[in-house]
Write a protein that binds this ligand. Structure first.
Ligand SMILES: Nc1ncnc2c1ncn2[C@@H]1O[C@H](COP(=O)(O)OP(=O)(O)OP(=O)(O)O)[C@@H](O)[C@H]1O
Ligand SMILES: [Mg+2]
Length: 275
């Protein structure tokens, strides 16, 4: 795991008493109910929860693409909706399904958020996109390729370069290693770790991948029963008696991933209270 920042580091994301509901056939589907979460500068907060528990929706609310039914989300002290065009400069997002435009080259995909702002001449925008391409470990020769000519790991890197084009202090990652083979996933985690260190980023990451989770998180928050039921270090999270947590962390896959952790005795004790 990456070391956590000081407990009094400045707050970057503050979520208070958030409710989200969508109209459904039976009336209303409540996705979030009284959800609270505070994220501080330098954290890599991983959000885990079952499918459909509202992880992606929460990231979209932090980004300002969706608005809660009730409650409050603030990013660096402002409502994401109020950040306007400047919002894109504060928050970068790697979307769950990559979301590159297939008709655009790699470089044009990375440059897109800057072009939309229409503030810089095109040669400067191209230079900025090339810098980001190299920052994510790709060769400038890839710049003119179509996304369809890239491997899964390269697509994730291009999507990451686009998320970072405005040098945002806050980066949101939705399943960054999903669909990658173990080697590419490890490479992507190494890249994220070094970017987090070099750029001083705050990261909110959704992941189902236990290796990624333990490799990168400074803190884990579990979304269940429509809110964050617990957040903390792995040993604090697994001490929580909740069926989702027992299945997720203390099933075979979870235990194998946690064997690599230094606090194995705590893990073993949680898995087998008789010990
Ligand atoms: N715009 C929308 N209109 C109606 N329902 C929605 C909308 N967006 C999301 N939902 C519903 O909200 C719930 C949470 O969706 P979300 O995509 O956040 O889940 P998730 O936790 O990211 O799941 P997964 O792990 O499968 O990606 C789902 O039941 C989804 O169908
Ligand atoms: Mg999702």
């Amino acid at each position: 795991m990456i070391d956590a920042p000081a407990a009094d580091a400045p707050v970057v994301v503050e979520i208070r008493q958030l409710w989200t509901s969508f109209p459904s056939a039976g009336g209303e589907q409540v996705v979030h109910r009284d959800l609270d979460l505070t994220i501080r500068r330098g954290e890599v907060l991983s959000l885990v929860g079952g499918s459909g528990t509202g992880k992606t929706v929460l990231l979209r609310q932090i980004l300002g693409l969706e608005h809660p039914s009730r409650g409050e989300v603030t990013v660096l002290g402002q409502h994401p909706g109020q950040l306007g065009a400047k919002g894109a400069a504060k928050v970068g997002m790697l979307f769950q399904h990559g979301a590159l435009f297939s008709a655009f080259s790699v470089l044009d995909n990375i440059a897109l958020p800057l072009r939309e702002l229409k503030l810089l001449p095109d040669d400067l925008i191209r230079d900025a996109a090339l810098v980001k391409l190299q920052m994510v470990g790709l060769d400038p020769q890839q710049a003119n390729k179509s996304p369809s000519a890239l491997s899964g790991g390269m697509i994730k890197r291009v999507a990451l370069a686009r998320a970072l084009i405005m040098d945002p202090p806050l980066l949101l990652l939705d399943e960054p290693t999903a669909g990658l083979d173990p080697e590419s996933a490890d490479g992507f985690c190494d890249l994220l770790r070094s970017l987090h260190r070099e750029l001083g980023l705050t990261v909110v990451m959704v992941t189902h991948d236990l290796d990624t989770l333990f490799d990168l998180s400074t803190r884990i928050a579990v979304l269940a029963d429509q809110h964050v039921i617990v957040s903390g270090l792995p040993r604090e999270v697994i001490a929580c008696e909740h069926p989702f947590i027992r299945n997720y962390f203390l099933g075979g896959r979870g235990l194998r991933a946690m064997e690599a952790l230094h606090d194995v005795p705590a893990v073993a004790a949680a898995a087998d209270p008789e010990r």
